[in-house]
Design a protein around this ligand. Structure first.
Ligand SMILES: [Zn+2]
Length: 86
């Protein structure tokens, strides 16, 4: 079943796994001298150039390498919640 939320349009190009995927994310934290105040994963974001690993088979690359192609050869779907267009 294709991903419909955070991993929309993504799958492992080697084994076809729909996830989970390990993605190098950009995450803004509120940090005091004692450490981070809170961890809110909903703030995580990544670019198509972020590192990505498939835990199922060990395939590694960048998020763009894991982006499904449409018949027109363009990345499938709209941007997932975590994807930035930067
Ligand atoms: Zn894989």
């Amino acid at each position: 079943m294709p991903n419909t939320n955070w991993l929309l349009g993504l799958a492992c190009p080697r084994c076809g796994s729909q996830g989970p995927l390990q993605i190098d994310t950009l995450l803004t934290l509120t940090v005091t001298d004692a450490g981070p105040v809170a961890f809110d994963a909903d703030n995580a974001a990544w670019t198509p150039h972020a590192g990505c690993i498939c835990p199922a088979c060990g395939q590694s690359g960048c998020v763009a390498d894991f982006t499904l192609k449409t018949r027109a050869g363009r990345p499938g779907g709209s941007l997932s919640p975590g994807v930035t267009d930067a």
